[in-house]
Design a protein. Sequence first.
Length: 290
Amino acid sequence: PRCRRLQLKDMIPTEMQRLTKYPLLLQSIGQNTEEPKEREKVELAAECCREILHHVNQAVRDMEDLLRLKDYQRRLDLSHLRQSSDPMLSEFKNLDITKKKLVHEGPLTWRVTKDKAVEVHVLLLDDLLLLLQRQDERLLLKSHSRTLTPTPDGKTMLRPVLRLTSAMTREVATDHKAFYVLFTWDQEAQIYELVAQTVSERKNTREPLLSSSENGNGGRETSPADARTERILSDLLPFCRPGPEGQLAATALRKVLSLKQLLFPAEEDNGAGPPRDGDGVPGGGPLSPA
């Protein structure tokens, strides 16, 4: 009778299921406890229960994320990276994402050019952003070219693996579902335009990206109130698009380090002052306006 005809397998989960109810029970007891010292002990016990519950929930989420990453790793196709001669991709030819932390994931559209859009599944890890293309059961990491006439072969390669330590984001004024991500790589910069299916999905993707970038001491959101920042970024964005503006792309990309310094007014507050002409810029010289 005490077992209510329950089998052992039915009784084992009982204690774990009760864990979520302990904080509410202790909170109710504390509210009805008149003795201050006793009430303090009950409240402390309730707080400990909440911390235990949070730890258990986080451990479950971490394990679920790890299982997803293991599945993605099994399906990950690195053949395009291994065949690439791009020195920026050499460190990712044996990428193991199971050693990373999953921050966010979801579908986005990658606007490579005005006439070319690629459907990707985005994996935001603790230090990387991956743009995965689905092909049957495989997940491809594949670069895409975009025509920029000043380059030697007339093209620039947009990479599918991006480090967050050099990332900045900016809204697209003409599309509330889209946002730009600007990445700097040594002596060059690249701008990616990513589009979500809804405004809320864009927010759900962009905010974790901002948070991960800031934790990596790299990216930050550009301030709409900063007129200088808005002017510089507005001048820079057309450089990464095909067309007449592309004639200035090579120069603009080489000088992106100077741009990044201008985006951080906090450095001026620390006494560093605004960047001088040529500071941090290969070849020197001020940032040319559009």
